[in-house]
Design a protein. Sequence first.
Length: 466
Amino acid sequence: MRVTAFRLSAVYLGLFALFATILLVYVTETASTILQTQSRDTISDEIQILDRIYQTTGIAGVVRSIDRRARQPGASLYLVTDATGLILAGNVQSLEAGLLDDAGFKSSPFRYARFTDTERDRYHTAIAQVVQLPNGMRLLVGRDQTDQERIRVIVRNALFLALILMTFGALLAWFLVGRTALHRLDRMSAATARIMAGDLSERLPLAGTGDEFDRLSEKLNVLLARIALLQEGLRQVSDNIAHDLKTPLTRLRNRVEAALGEEAPERTTRQAMEAVLAEADGMIRTFDALLMISRVEAGSHPALMTPVDLAAIASDVAELYEPLAEDIGGTLLVDAPDPVVAPVSRELISQAISNLIDNALKYGLSDRDLRISVSLQQIDDRCRLSVADNGNGIPDDKRERVLERFFRLDESRSKPGSGLGLSLVQAIAALHGGTLMLDDAKPGLKVTLDIPTKRSGQTDDGRLKP
């Protein structure tokens, strides 16, 4: 009973047995009532005919009429006895004891025997009406009910046979269908046990039938893949944090130790403290970036989605970085002539554009004059915001990795940065229902932020629904 398939088979069998029994009882009782009513009406008609005969010819005429009627094929039951119970006329040889003692209609079937019965088929059932005649004589007129009893037995036996066949069919269905389902569930349970033991590369098996089990397995496999990816990302983040923070923490310790030296001049101590402050600010910015990425990916960032002009945002952010580009001998151009309105978070989109331009300024330098272009175009119901430079670009085999947290092409860590800029931009793109694409600018790198200009699922105040 712990097996679902067996319980379902038992429930279906029980329901079938219940409704079949109710139907059987209803049909047999209805048919029995109809036949008994017909028999009773027939008996009443016979009694009335015999009563008229008695009124005209007396008891002798009744006896002669009964004797004649009793000899006809398919005749009703007729019996006339004297006060002592001696049979004077009729086609009944014997009755149940005491049946003739009381006059009236006998609705409960009783047993009787005919003169023509054999030993093999001696007793029958019938219903009858007993009439008391003068001088203590008794008159019985009845109808045989043996056929009705046989019908009841046939229907009852048919029900029992149907129940037996249904039981066999239910067991067969459980064995053929339920065992197959149970075997698949056992395989899924075994795979689940291996996953719980720590093997996150394990996946639930698929039979290829496309049924409910396959659809469930596919959904769970997608969930497992997502969990494995998140766990791998968490492991990488932990490793990268430990690696990237070890160096600044070591520098902090060395500078503080130098500042605490007994013979260190005041100017040296102040410079050390300023360097410590700068290192601390860098680590704070790193943790702030990590916190923002986590909040954006979890959907807990209070992103107020309002229709804003992306062209205006791109121009404002580029204007802030234009002096920095000029200081290093580069140019920063904006190609956004037409306004593009989209429901976005102004704060997060500004942060994403700032990160892309900042990366281009840091890593776009090469033997050529740095040229950075910011472009915006609308295609149907989506807009593409691109930041391209003419630097060395990113190799094809590392374009996926640069989106990971703390991954940096500059393995020596000689350039400033924490390796979180593109990760944050990717999280912001996902929050807005968009994607982040890295392409070859020939030369250089082109980073495109593709987001929809129309979105559903927002509250009345412009916030994104969870």
